[in-house]
Design a protein around this ligand. Sequence first.
Ligand code: CUA
Length: 164
Amino acid sequence: MATIHIDPLEKRWIWVVGGIVALSIGIQVYFAATANIHPPSNVEVIDSAKLHLDGEFTEDKLGVKQEADGSYTVTMVAARYGFYPQNIEVPVNAPVKLRIASLDVLHGLHVPYSNMNTMVVPGYVSEVNTQFTREGDFPMICNEYCGLGHDYMYAKVHVTAGKS
Ligand code: CUA
């Protein structure tokens, strides 16, 4: 039987890397058990791989829709590396319900000056209810590292003066 020679320096790094992996798995298990970290309370499952085929998140149904009661429903998809549609426009002070699903991996979204801050977990529909109290353009940025293009993943929320 041939013995495999491993350089001592390489061997040391195997232990270092193994330790880092064990530590990160340990941290995740610890917080899952003690801090009850799991998908948000709006538990609504969806097949992320089939979002584009049929249902609420097909391309032609994305965007802003005004409801009969005057509120707005915004339907979006998060996918590497963008939010679709990339521009949304809603009036100031109107009730807005955002529904978003991921097409691929874990994303997050955050809109400054609002309570819009949620994870977008593949397999689940994330829902946030909000009301924009300032007019102007706000960035919607991805705040969960999702890959090399993470830094470029954003959309724009245009809050208009609305009807007078
Ligand atoms: Cu999507 Cu980071």
